[in-house]
Design a protein. Structure first.
Length: 181
């Protein structure tokens, strides 16, 4: 399967994930502010080889099969520095992301979501995007709301920091196209 392309926004460079990103991810990812609202399947405390294991055992094989698309998030002004990751997946959770704390609250994730949503709906021609999130994760909720998603259901689920209401947010291709005129 072909590797996903590099994607760009006005401030960001989204590079396809590669094994060489493991060290940077290992440094930026295992922080409570990043992981607390992630699915409980994320090991915590995060193991010393967590990023390398994730890349080798999950992300890169799924990319090779054409079932997932993963990118590192980098500032255009500092293209060597990985500040987060964003992913698309052909499963119940279609989009996931994380951003290192120093770069949160600047609108960067909304920018990254806009370009990967375009990839999902325009390039991959998917009909619907569904994204689960922990209800207390206000920042993630705002990204979904600003992107045009709608809350469609709630249930209980386990996250790294405990049991919370799990919200499912959705956007159809039709709605995505209508938003763009």
């Amino acid at each position: 399967m072909q590797q996903p392309p590099t994607l760009k926004t006005s401030r960001l460079l989204l590079e396809p994930l590669c094994i060489g990103d493991a060290q940077a991810i290992q440094e930026r990812f295992p922080h409570w502010e990043v992981v607390r609202y992630l699915n409980a399947c994320v090991p915590w405390p995060y193991p010393d080889n967590g990023a390398l294991s994730y890349l080798q055992d999950h992300a890169l094989p799924a990319m090779a099969l054409g079932k997932e698309w993963h990118w590192t998030i980098r500032l255009i002004t500092e293209p060597e520095d990985v500040i987060g990751c964003i992913s698309l997946m052909d499963q119940d959770n279609n989009r996931g992301f994380w951003l290192s704390p120093p770069w949160q609250g600047q609108g960067l994730m909304g920018e990254a979501c806009e370009v990967v949503d375009r990839y999902w709906f325009h390039t991959l021609q998917r009909d619907c995007m569904r994204v689960p999130k922990a209800a207390p994760n206000e920042a993630s909720r705002r990204v979904s709301q600003r992107g045009g998603m709608t809350l469609i259901s709630r249930s209980q689920a386990e996250f790294v920091s405990g049991s919370f209401t799990n919200e499912i947010w959705e956007m159809t291709r039709e709605h995505w196209l209508a938003q763009r005129g």
